[in-house]
Design a protein around this ligand. Structure first.
Ligand code: PMV
Length: 378
């Protein structure tokens, strides 16, 4: 490669919405119908890693995604790229202005199922924008980058920040901002249960369009539900009130999937294993006589469960006894929990149906930080 080329490599986290974004008021600009709130997960196990290289020798933009040659002409990819280039072109440094005219080569990979409701586009576009900003040495504020990542995938604007993040539908520009840092709730844990790693049947862009056009329930949600829920869950997070946080999270996931059913023709993202997980969580909470575990599902069958550290061993043991069919250090990845013998009341939770093997594996994580540069000199 020529001596003028420059590279940068960064990683970015996934985020899981506890108040969902579903539906846009402006498709081109990707402006959501309502605010959403998400939690950024640590990058110990799940992340997107992107290397961006610029060179005056390149004749076109290119992208390799998970080892497959993608199209450098993709609209969303080009939207992000051209917005970052605009910033670079307005830099006070002549070398950055010059580099903004060079073509770019992107190599990006996710170490978790792509397009299966595990927020791969969120970490992907957040990583793309962050890596380019590092490469051009932009002095932009993270919120400016959040607005750029939004042009790739709406939820990506939340992955520019660690901790607990709110995306505002009516801010100018339309950006996300943190409501609490990653360290705020150190006891909070997250179990990502991978039910399926196949791609979803209807992508979120098409699904949202269909819901916005046909679902009266979505209209009701936007008008009458989300505003209060956002305030309530924000308060629950700030107060570290798990019971309140958990109930709002589950109700919001359920409403999102109710909207999917209210969409015409309907959208089916959860499957029978997802439903079994929901049932198990409610039965578990009932037996524990308090809300100890919460679930949420995005546009796919995988479950994301929230609980506090003190409950991990007990719940993980139950979850494993119901769904696990591989040795426990293969079933749990990330921060592998110690298992205990499920107590009698807990064994009675096991639904009748044979569910062993229906969850392929589970990733255990905590609340994490935003993107970071991993260049040796970064
Ligand atoms: O940003 P998109 O187009 O991948 O849509 C994300 C939609 C949900 O994951 C279902 C909800 C959310 O707020 O992340």
């Amino acid at each position: 490669m020529d001596c003028k080329s420059r590279s940068s490599t960064c990683i970015a986290p996934i985020n899981i919405a506890v108040i969902k974004y579903w539906g846009k008021s402006d498709e081109e600009q990707i402006i959501p119908l309502n605010d959403s709130i998400s939690i950024t997960l640590d990058t110990d196990y799940m992340f997107t890693k992107t290397t961006a290289t610029i060179s005056p020798e390149f004749t076109q933009d290119s992208i390799v995604l998970n080892n497959e040659q993608g199209s450098g002409d993709g609209v969303r990819f080009q939207n992000c790229l051209s917005e970052v280039r605009k910033l670079a072109a307005s830099s006070k440094h002549a070398s950055t202005v010059e580099k903004s005219t060079w073509k770019v080569a992107i190599v990006s990979e996710n170490n978790f199922p792509t397009k299966a409701g595990l927020a791969s586009s969120a970490s992907g576009y957040a990583c793309l924008v962050f890596t380019l900003a590092q490469l051009y040495e932009l002095e932009s504020h993270q919120s400016e980058l959040s607005a750029l990542a939004r042009r790739g995938s709406g939820s990506a604007c939340r992955s520019l920040f660690g901790g607990f993040v709110r995306w505002f539908h009516d801010s100018q520009p339309c950006i996300a901002r943190p409501i609490a840092e990653a360290e705020h709730w150190p006891e909070l844990r997250c179990l990502v249960a991978v039910v399926s790693n196949t791609s979803k049947s209807v992508g979120s862009t098409e699904g949202m369009r269909r819901s916005a056009e046909t679902s009266k329930l979505l209209e009701h949600r936007v008008k009458n539900v989300v505003r209060d829920r956002i305030e309530d869950i924000k308060m629950a997070i700030l107060e570290k009130n798990f019971v309140k946080f958990a109930e709002i999270t589950m109700r919001d996931s359920n409403q999102f999937h109710a909207i999917c059913l209210d969409t015409y023709p309907p959208l089916f993202y959860m499957n029978s294993t997802s439903q079994a997980i929901i049932q198990l969580v409610h039965r578990y909470n009932q037996i524990r006589q308090s809300v100890k575990v919460a679930y949420t599902f995005d546009a796919g069958p995988n479950a994301v469960l929230f609980l506090e550290q003190a409950e991990i061993s007990r719940f993980a043991s139950v979850f494993y006894s119901v769904f696990g069919s591989t040795p426990h250090d293969q079933f749990f990845r990330g921060k592998v929990p110690d298992l205990v013998d499920p107590t009698e009341d807990v064994t009675s939770l096991v639904p009748e149906k044979a569910l062993k093997g229906q969850v392929q594996y589970t990733i255990v994580c905590h609340v994490g930080q935003g993107p970071k540069n991993i260049d040796p000199t970064g």
